[in-house]
Design a protein around this ligand. Structure first.
Ligand SMILES: O=C(O)c1ccccc1N[C@@H]1O[C@H](COP(=O)(O)O)[C@@H](O)[C@H]1O
Length: 212
């Protein structure tokens, strides 16, 4: 089975081109101002238009208002809205309906108990992303190069497609996929040469390792 790969936090043409040419299935644009990977919607549109078709264009939001999402969608069409805040199932459903766009809910995982909300979200979202909880004091709810216990996912029935994230690199992604039995992976820090700066060679290496 081919593993899906999402490269998140794209902000440059060389990173976008490398991800597309290496076979990324999803591309993430971060619309969360505190992130070092934040991008203006017009810049995301310019990058996105470099290749017709190709990866699913994902917009990452954290507890967005409707106006936040509308402002982005006015500039760039998105194929998927990633919600990485404290959104409830009701809020996720409202966003999905209002913007007629599929939604991926990101959930922080530390223990078995963190999966308790999966059934309620599964009623209303299209995909899940499982990431580590942020370390204490972090300004970001994700994108912290923080792994979690991959075995918590092994053998678990998740009723929607899902991605594994958190501290993945070309060096550990094959083991992560095998341990978690993950159908897909998502990476940001692990393909950066410095915080917020993507590296085309690391992107190529990550995709090759994940899909190899
Ligand atoms: O990447 C960010 O800056 C970010 C900000 C706010 C919420 C989520 C964010 N990133 C997501 O977290 C995963 C894992 O990141 P990492 O590989 O551990 O650095 C990333 O793929 C994004 O989906």
């Amino acid at each position: 089975m081919t593993v899906e790969v999402k490269i998140c936090g794209i902000r440059s043409a060389d990173a976008f081109d490398a991800a597309v040419e290496a076979g990324a299935d999803l591309i993430g644009f971060v619309f969360f101002p505190p992130s070092p990977r934040v991008i203006r919607p017009a810049e995301a549109r310019a990058l996105s238009s470099r290749h017709a078709g190709g990866p699913i264009r994902t917009g990452l939001f954290v507890d967005p208002t409707d106006d936040d999402i509308a402002a982005v969608l006015a500039e760039i069409p998105l194929d998927l809205i990633q919600l990485q805040g404290n959104e409830t199932p009701e809020r996720a459903a409202a966003i999905r309906a209002r913007f007629a766009t599929p939604v991926m809910k990101a959930m922080g995982i530390d223990t078995e108990a963190d999966f308790a909300a999966v059934p309620a979200f599964a009623e209303v979202v299209d995909r899940f992303l499982f990431d580590a909880h942020p370390p204490p004091g972090s300004l970001l709810p994700g994108g912290n190069a923080q792994p979690f216990e991959w075995r918590l996912l092994a053998g678990r029935t998740i009723p929607k497609p899902w991605l594994l994230a958190g501290g993945l690199t070309a060096a550990n992604v094959a083991e992560a996929i095998s341990t978690a039995q993950a159908p897909g992976v998502d990476v940001s820090s692990g393909v950066e040469r410095s915080r917020g700066v993507k590296d085309a060679a690391l992107i190529r290496a990550f995709i090759a390792a994940a899909k190899g």
